[in-house]
Design a protein around this ligand. Structure first.
Ligand SMILES: [Zn+2]
Length: 307
């Protein structure tokens, strides 16, 4: 791991309150505390306070509004319980509350609030899609204040999903490979990425995805972990690597990406400075940019031109 500043969604000040989650009386008492607060969500978007932090409403006030499901205990913030409350999408938003797109919110929130946002949004989205048991089809109910769901039919317990995604900057000497997907803004290029499959290591997943998308062979043994990042759309965990290419000829799979190209380190530096004539790279909240910063900040090494 590197020593660059933390990425969005990676810091949280909360104690996740492990020791109280099986204590029903303790959980009930927690909800009665005057200091209990709620982060409000509607349709997957959080409410922000005027100072651009996440809005913290008194829990009792939040619970007076129609909700999509029970409140989720996120943890303790300076000892005070903090919940996520997902408001009924059919209701009109409260007059004094504005909801903001999660990506936009992540770009303006204090770093410690982005970790709370990642946790809350992932749990809400997981719950929305797991109201029925995958084992028997009966309805499930929230238990342990939202950390799990339990089936009313067969008793199975269901845990929140975390979906690992390998995202990798493929490099060869002083060059790196970027791709773009159909539907992205015209100038946008980024690192290749894909969901891990069962029965493979992170490095194997990275090499497989590189080959599938670009036709380039990368060496799993060269893979270096640079950073990781929760990415709550809906529950990904981004695993950021730099991996070395063994071959250089590109054959794009049009089912996977629209295009892929080699770019020089100088070009990457220009992209990061916002001065590249043709290419924009993802914003600061994205781990892909962190990979480019990590590699672009290294000293150039002599190597052949492969463009
Ligand atoms: Zn079941």
């Amino acid at each position: 791991m590197n020593h660059l500043p933390p990425l969005a969604f990676c810091l949280s000040p909360l104690d996740r309150a492990e020791d109280i989650r099986r204590d029903k009386a303790g959980l009930a008492a927690l909800m009665q505390q005057d200091a209990a607060a709620a982060i409000l969500f509607m349709k997957g978007n959080p409410a922000l306070a005027a100072d651009s932090g996440l809005l913290r409403w008194p829990l009792a006030k939040a619970l007076s509004l129609p909700q999509a499901d029970a409140p989720i205990l996120l943890g303790l913030e300076d000892g005070a319980p903090l919940y996520a409350v997902d408001l009924d999408p059919a209701m009109s938003p409260p007059a004094d509350v504005e909801f903001t797109d999660t990506r936009m919110a992540a770009m303006q929130l204090p770093m410690s609030d982005t970790g709370i946002l990642a946790q809350a949004r992932s749990l809400i989205e997981w719950r929305r899609k797991h109201r029925f048991c995958a084992n028997c089809g009966a309805p499930t109910q929230q238990i342990e204040a939202g950390r799990k769901r339990a089936c009313s039919g067969c008793g199975s317990e269901h845990f929140p999903r975390v979906d690992p995604v390998a995202i990798m900057l493929v490099v060869k000497d002083d060059w790196c490979l970027l791709g773009r997907q159909e539907g992205w803004p015209p100038r946008m290029w980024s690192a290749l990425a894909g969901f891990m499959e069962p029965g493979e290591t992170i490095a194997q997943a990275a090499a497989r995805e590189v080959y599938e998308e670009s036709g380039i062979t990368a060496d799993p043994a060269s893979a270096q972990m640079i950073a990781d990042q929760p990415w709550p759309f809906a529950s990904s965990l981004m695993l950021g690597l730099i991996i070395e290419a063994v071959t250089v000829d590109i054959t794009v799979d049009p089912h996977e990406i629209e295009d892929a190209r080699w770019f020089s380190r100088d070009e990457v530096r220009a992209m990061l400075d916002g001065t590249h004539p043709e290419v924009d790279v993802p914003p600061k909240i994205a781990i892909a940019r962190r990979l480019l910063e990590a590699w672009g900040g290294q000293e150039a090494e002599a190597g052949p031109t492969i463009k």
